[in-house]
Design a protein around this ligand. Structure first.
Ligand code: KG4
Ligand code: ZN
Length: 331
């Protein structure tokens, strides 16, 4: 079975083709260069970027996998959360394709797809499991009953984890996207140099809050200037890591699971990733994280979730009825 996955929820245009759970091709066109001058994502430019790239990327994916369009059995598309205009580009493109090819189309949740990236090319998983998405727009903790049932058990109340990285990078005069820049700079700094606050909310809460940490960095720079940016970056990263690990500790105490899945752009950060991995393995849990480039937005993660939705027996949408569910204040 050949599955096409289309991802346009934010600033990466992704087209992935899988044969069952294995990647045939996974193309991503990044818009980092478009948004860098603004220090963040400009939604209108993001939508236009997708419009200008999606068709070419789809044709290139077919060429690279040596497939004709009629060989596609299923289409999956991210329908939310994300930027409204961006989501509409992927949804409209997929709708047209589904109509033209007469193939079923599945709406896919972006956050669930980030965790599903772990299932690509893998054997059977043991469920239930826990999963944490740390991305530019979300910090979301899920309880997974199986490959397709995700229950949200914790989420960000203000800034998302990646958003905090991007905003702190701006405070430190680093370029966009800030996450990789902070990780690089932090390697030269001392993570214990500055004790930034760890916002853990109430004793049992599985929710996240990073805006206080970001503000603490802002005040630190206001008071001390930009002399020791490597220490600031390292100490900020350490605070993020500790908060994530504390929430994971609470979650694994409450939910008895063996497997833990990580996903989202921030999961690429080796300091954070290995901190979480070491913690979980010390607690006799199995840790999974997609390879680096699969942590970022891409089409294959959408296709793999589509594959499992289909395998579970869930029915696709009627092609022309597919809707988008953009990010709101509550998502
Ligand atoms: O998952 P993603 O591609 O897009 C969203 O769904 O939001 O994640 C993008 C986010 C950005 O905030 C970026 O700064 C962050 O992931 N990121 C990182 C690293 N690489 C990307 N954050 C920390 N360390 C990194 N190495
Ligand atoms: Zn994402």
């Amino acid at each position: 079975m050949v599955i096409l996955g289309i991802e346009t929820s934010c600033d990466e245009t992704g087209v992935g083709l899988l044969r069952d759970n294995k990647i045939l091709v996974n193309l991503v066109a990044s818009q980092d260069d478009i948004h860098r001058p603004y220090g963040g994502i400009m939604p209108e430019l993001a939508s236009r970027g997708h419009v200008s790239k999606i068709d070419r990327l789809f044709r290139l994916a077919l060429k690279k996998s040596k497939l004709s369009p009629d060989k596609i059995d299923l289409i999956g598309v991210t329908t939310g959360p994300g930027l409204k205009g961006s989501l509409l580009v992927g949804a409209s493109f997929s709708r047209g394709l589904s109509y033209r090819l007469g193939k079923p189309i599945y709406p896919v949740d972006h956050l669930q797809a980030h965790l599903a990236a772990n299932f690509i090319g893998q054997g059977k998983y043991t469920f239930p499991a826990l999963g944490l998405v740390i991305s530019g727009g979300h910090t979301s903790l899920f309880y997974l009953s199986n490959y397709t049932e995700f229950k949200l058990i914790g989420r960000t109340l203000d800034d998302a984890c990646g958003e905090a990285f991007d905003k702190v990078a701006r405070i430190l005069n680093l370029s966009y996207p800030g996450g990789p820049e902070i990780e690089k700079l932090a390697r030269k700094g001392n993570p214990q140099a500055i004790k930034f606050p760890r916002s853990l909310l109430s004793k049992d809460s599985l929710d996240f809050s990073f805006s206080g940490l970001k503000t603490a960095v802002l005040y630190y720079v206001r008071d001390h200037g930009l002399k020791n940016t490597a220490d600031i970056a390292a100490s900020f990263q350490e605070a993020v890591k500790e908060v994530l690990i504390e929430k994971i500790r609470r979650a694994i105490c409450r939910y008895k699971v063996v497997n833990f899945l990580l996903g989202g752009g921030v999961a690429q950060n080796m300091y954070i990733q290995s901190g979480i991995k070491n913690f979980l393995e010390a607690n006799r849990m199995k840790f999974y994280c997609p390879e680096k480039k699969m942590c970022l937005d891409n089409g294959a993660m959408v296709a793999i979730l589509t594959y499992h939705l289909h395998k579970t027996g869930l029915l696709p949408s009627k092609g022309l009825e597919i809707e988008v569910f953009p990010t709101t204040r509550d998502r």
